[in-house]
Design a protein around this ligand. Structure first.
Ligand code: ADP
Ligand code: ASP
Ligand code: MG
Length: 418
C-alpha cells in the first residue's frame, strides 16, 4: 500500500465531465489499496480570468488583494472534486491552503513554501478518506492568503509529497509525459521514459512549462519520486499500467544509461523576454552593481547578463528580464541609475526569446555549442546573447524566430530518433 500525491492541472479539471474523470481515476487508485492526496489546479482559463478582473480595477493590483482573488480558482475545484468523489461513494474532504496549513513567506504572487502541517491530512488518510488540497496557495505568518506563482500547483503537490513522505508524486497533465521539446510546437517530439533531475531543472528554468521550476527544486531537495503523466487517457486503465506510464524524474545517474544517452536531451524556449542595454558605461569597478543592484532591490529578476569589451574606457552592459518588468526597469534606470553613473543611453527591446538546449551528455562532448550556432546561422537567426552552464546552452534571439529555432535544433540534434 503506497501513499501517493496526485496533482491535476487546469485542463484536467477544465469541466464537470473532466472533474468526474479525475474522481474516477482517484477512486481507482484508492480501490487498489493506496492512500491518496489530490491537488487540483483551478479550471483552465480561470486564473487568467481572475487576474484580468483585478487588472480592470488597478493598473498594478495590490498584491495582497490579488492573491485573495487568484486563490479562489483552486477553492472551487477542491470543493467540486470532493463532491465528485463523494458521489462515487469515496470518502473525501477538501482543504484550502490555509486550512491545511501551507505556511509560506509573504512574497505575494510569488510566495515560497516554508512548512506544511500535514497532521489533519494524515488523519484523513488513516480513516480511508481522500484529502483534496488546493494547489497554488498558502498563508503567511500573519494569516494573509498567498499564491505561489503561475504553475504553482506543481510545487504544492511536490511539497505535500515531501511533507507526507509520499511514495510518489504524480503530476497529471494534458500531455503524457516530458518530451524532448514542447510537442505542441514540434509534433515529432519524443516522450522521455525518464529524465534526470538535473536535466529537468534546466529544462524548467529554460521555459519548458510542463513543471514549475520550484516543484523540481523541491523534488530534488527531498528526493521525491515524481512522475509526469496524462490525465486524458481512459480513467479506467489498470493501475499497474498507469503506474508505469509517463516520465519519471530520476535522481541517481546510471553510468550505463549516461553513456548511451543522447548528448542533448531536450530543447526549450522562453518567450515574453525583454532585453535592456546600458550604452557607454564608464568601465570601472562597481558599475555592474550600480546598474543591477537597484533592479534586484525592485524585485525584478534578471536572467542573461553580458558585458562587452571596453573601448575608450566605456563599455555596454546588456541583460534580459521578463517582458512584464521592462517598463518599470526602464523608468528606474532612466530616473535613478543614468544620472548616477553617467552612461550614454539606455535602450529596451521587448521582443526577445531565449532558446536552450539541455543534456547531461554535454559534459563529455565538445563542439555542441558550435553545432547549435551553425544550425541557427543556417536559418539566418541572429544570436544576440549567449549563456552556458555545464549541461545547458542558451541563446537570446528575436522572438519571431523562437519556434523556428526550436524546430531546427530539435532536428539538428536528432531528438526525434531516440
Ligand atoms: P497543467 O495545466 O496540467 O499544469 P501546463 O500547461 O502547465 O499544464 O503544462 C503542460 C504543457 O507543457 C503541455 O501542454 C505542453 O504544451 C507544455 N510543454 C512545454 N515543454 C514541454 C515538454 N518538454 N514536454 C511536455 N510538455 C511540454
Ligand atoms: N491556477 C494556477 C495558474 O494558472 C496554478 C496552476 O495551474 O498550477 O497558474
Ligand atoms: Mg502547469
Amino acid at each position: 500500500m503506497a501513499l501517493i500525491v496526485q496533482k491535476f492541472g487546469g485542463t484536467s479539471v477544465g469541466s464537470i465531465e473532466r472533474i468526474r474523470n479525475v474522481a474516477w481515476r482517484v477512486a481507482k487508485w484508492q480501490a487498489a489499496g493506496h492512500r491518496v492526496v489530490v491537488v487540483p489546479s483551478a479550471m483552465s482559463g480561470e486564473t487568467n480570468r481572475l487576474l484580468t478582473l483585478a487588472a480592470g480595477l488597478q493598473e498594478h493590483p495590490d498584491p495582497r488583494e490579488l492573491d485573495v482573488v487568484a486563490a479562489t480558482g483552486e477553492q472551487v475545484t477542491v470543493g467540486l472534486l470532493a463532491m465528485a468523489l463523494l458521489a462515487l461513494g469515496v470518502k473525501a474532504r477538501s482543504y484550502t491552503g490555509w486550512q491545511v496549513k501551507v505556511l509560506t513567506d509573504s512574497a505575494h504572487t510569488q510566495a515560497r513554501i516554508i512548512s506544511i502541517d500535514e497532521v489533519n491530512l494524515r488523519q484523513d488518510l488513516e480513516n480511508g478518506c481522500v484529502a483534496v488540497v488546493a494547489g497554488f496557495q498558502g498563508v503567511d505568518m500573519d494569516g494573509n492568503i498567498t499564491t505561489l506563482g503561475r504553475g504553482g500547483s506543481d510545487t504544492s503537490a511536490v511539497a505535500l509529497a515531501a511533507a507526507l513522505g509520499a511514495d510518489e508524486c504524480q503530476i497529471y497533465t494534458d500531455v503524457d509525459g516530458v518530451y524532448t521539446t514542447d510537442p505542441r510546437i514540434v509534433p515529432e517530439a519524443r516522450r522521455l521514459k525518464s529524465i534526470s533531475f538535473e536535466e529537468m531543472i534546466e529544462l524548467a528554468s529554460a521555459g519548458s512549462r510542463v513543471l514549475q521550476i520550484r516543484s523540481v527544486e523541491f523534488a530534488g531537495k527531498y528526493k521525491v519520486p515524481t512522475r509526469v503523466l496524462s490525465s486524458l487517457t481512459d480513467p479506467k486503465i489498470p493501475v499497474e499500467e498507469e503506474a508505469r506510464s509517463g516520465t519519471l524524474i530520476t535522481f541517481e545517474e546510471d553510468p550505463h544509461m549516461a553513456m548511451e544517452k543522447a548528448v542533448v536531451s531536450g530543447v526549450a524556449a522562453q518567450r515574453d523576454e525583454a532585453k535592456v542595454t546600458v550604452h557607454g558605461v564608464p568601465d570601472k569597478p562597481g558599475i555592474a552593481y550600480s546598474i543591477l543592484g537597484p533592479i534586484a532591490d525592485a524585485g525584478i529578476n534578471v536572467d542573461v547578463i553580458v558585458q562587452n569589451v571596453s573601448h575608450d574606457g566605456t563599455t555596454d552592459l546588456s541583460f534580459t528580464l521578463g517582458r512584464a518588468d521592462l517598463k518599470r526597469a526602464m523608468k528606474m534606470l532612466n530616473d535613478q541609475v543614468k544620472p548616477a553613473i553617467k552612461c550614454k543611453e539606455i535602450t529596451g527591446d521587448d521582443h526577445m526569446a531565449k532558446v536552450s538546449i539541455v543534456g547531461l551528455g554535454m559534459r563529455s562532448h565538445a563542439g555542441i555549442a558550435a553545432q547549435m550556432f551553425r544550425t541557427l546561422a543556417e536559418e539566418g537567426i541572429n544570436i544576440q546573447m549567449i549563456s552556458t552552464s555545464e549541461i545547458k546552452i542558451s541563446v537570446v534571439i528575436d522572438e519571431k524566430y523562437a519556434e523556428l529555432a526550436v524546430r531546427v535544433l530539435h532536428k539538428a540534434f536528432e531528438l526525434e530518433q531516440g
